[in-house]
Design a protein around this ligand. Structure first.
Ligand SMILES: [Zn+2]
Length: 272
């Protein structure tokens, strides 16, 4: 994960040790942080603490509408460049459908909390880190019997703007991996976007017969993983753990072949 989850954190020196307080949630839980680190990650905090606002003089910002759990995950990421989802977000038995569905959806929802936080407080590196965590979860989920819950899917569409790379990644993944679960669980706007993705895959200039359909599917999703979270250098892309894990999954292959069959028979019946 490290390669893509890192951003340029400032080194501490004698000149940038100033501390500020963020009061989080309805209880205004005080969280004391290094201003330099906080401001490097987020334009919102940069403006609040380095501008001419009263927050800058008082060295204090109130975030009433933020859940403490979300802010704690943000702090962990800020200082340790990792999230703290907890064991309950990682299924012990991936073949236990109910338990693994619960665990994965917990993780997806925490990631969504972080992504919404990143958008609201103008923190692009956190958005990227959340996206990578989401992709990791997608990839692990392929090896389990878990499904993504309708409520989780609706959160993606209700709470993230359509410019969100996490939302775009979800559409691509849903279109290429989950379409066989039925479309009833998806909001209408998601279905429209999924069909656009599939259109690209099937109705491009080459036609459907010159490439195995599952191959296109796999390419479509796997090849686009890095496009969504981005890399600062070729070397970082080469070390990307999300990409490294994705192409070798036998399970992905199996599902894609099954999907291939479904689509081929649909195409055949439409032609006949
Ligand atoms: Zn990557």
């Amino acid at each position: 994960m490290e390669a893509v989850m890192n951003f340029q954190r400032p080194l501490f020196t004698l000149d940038n040790l100033e501390l500020v307080t963020v009061k989080v949630g309805k209880d205004a839980t005080p969280c004391v942080l290094h201003k330099a680190l906080l401001c490097a990650a987020s334009k919102f905090f940069e403006n609040a603490f380095n501008g001419n606002f009263k927050e800058a003089h008082e060295r204090e910002v109130k975030l009433e509408e933020v859940d403490f759990k979300t802010f704690a995950m943000f702090m962990n990421w800020l200082y340790y460049s990792t999230f703290s989802f907890g064991d309950e977000c990682f299924p012990k038995d991936v073949k236990n459908k109910a338990a693994s569905t619960l665990a994965f959806n917990k993780r997806f929802n925490y990631i969504l909390d972080l992504s919404v936080f990143a958008d609201r407080y103008d923190c692009p590196p956190l958005h990227t880190a959340a996206l990578c965590a989401w992709q990791e979860a997608e990839i692990s989920m392929l090896k389990s019997d878990a499904t993504i819950e309708t409520e989780t899917i609706h959160r993606v569409f209700n709470e993230l703007p359509n410019t969100s790379s996490l939302r775009q990644e979800f559409v691509k993944w849903a279109a290429t991996s989950l379409v066989n679960k039925g479309l009833d669980n998806y909001p209408a706007s998601c279905v429209v976007e999924m069909f656009k993705v599939l259109q690209e895959a099937f109705l491009d200039k080459k036609g459907v017969n010159d490439w195995p359909v599952y191959g296109r599917y796999r390419n479509l999703w796997v090849e686009s993983l890095c496009e969504h979270h981005g890399h600062v250098s070729e070397q970082e892309a080469a070390e990307c753990s999300v990409r490294k894990r994705a192409p070798y999954l036998g399970e992905t292959e199996r599902r894609l072949r099954a999907l291939d069959e479904v689509f081929r028979s649909t195409i055949r019946s439409n032609q006949g």
